[in-house]
Design a protein around this ligand. Structure first.
Ligand SMILES: [Fe+2]
Ligand SMILES: [Fe+2]
Length: 188
């Protein structure tokens, strides 16, 4: 293992998530087979939901603590997450061969690009400057663990808060995973 792998920090993990989901959306756009489209879509949704939950649990507290405009940045990101969740809900329900699906997919692509741009151009570099390296590395582990337990389906009505995710989230995640298993939903 190289030094950079050992020192992988939370920003590396989150940027990888952004790349993965963006790549999945790119694939969905070019795939015609409805079953593959559905599987790729469900995987993208599950990845993005877990990414957002992990951010809400571990990145928001760091933003509030370390960034000058942390609270404002958190509020803005919550708005984005809500929009992403509502759009994923549409994608979850839509027929992959229909117009509504293409519409929602285009919207998700745009929203995600905005989300990625905001975080990677502003908050993430600021966090790298402000948060001690040890803490960034520790947060990487916490984010990886959170993603394993987090819900795999969008819940736009649920609070985007650390406390909710810690108290109620694992139960929601369990139910989501059970439903995924029973329905054969692809969630990676
Ligand atoms: Fe975010
Ligand atoms: Fe993100």
């Amino acid at each position: 293992m190289t030094d950079s792998q050992i020192r992988r920090d939370v920003i590396d993990v989150l940027v990888d998530d952004h790349r993965d989901v963006t790549a999945l959306i790119g694939e969905i756009k070019v795939v015609a087979d409805p079953m593959i489209r559905r599987d790729l879509t469900d995987t993208a949704i599950s990845e993005l939901v877990r990414h957002a939950v992990a951010e809400e649990m571990y990145v928001y507290p760091a933003m509030r603590k370390y960034l000058a405009d942390g609270e404002k940045a958190v509020e803005h990101d919550i708005e984005e997450h809500k929009e992403l969740e509502r759009t994923m809900k549409r994608l979850e329900a839509a027929d992959v061969s229909g117009r509504e699906f293409d519409d929602a997919l285009r919207q998700l692509e745009t929203l995600l690009a905005d989300h990625v741009q905001d975080e990677e151009a502003e908050q993430f570099p600021e966090l790298r400057r402000a948060v001690p390296q040890e803490e960034l590395v520790e947060l990487a582990g916490k984010v990886e663990t959170a993603k394993k337990l987090a819900p795999t389906r969008p819940h736009p009505g649920a609070p985007n808060s650390e406390l909710f995710h810690k108290l109620v989230g694992p139960g929601v995640g369990l139910v989501d995973r059970l439903r995924d298993k029973l329905s054969g939903r692809a969630t990676r």
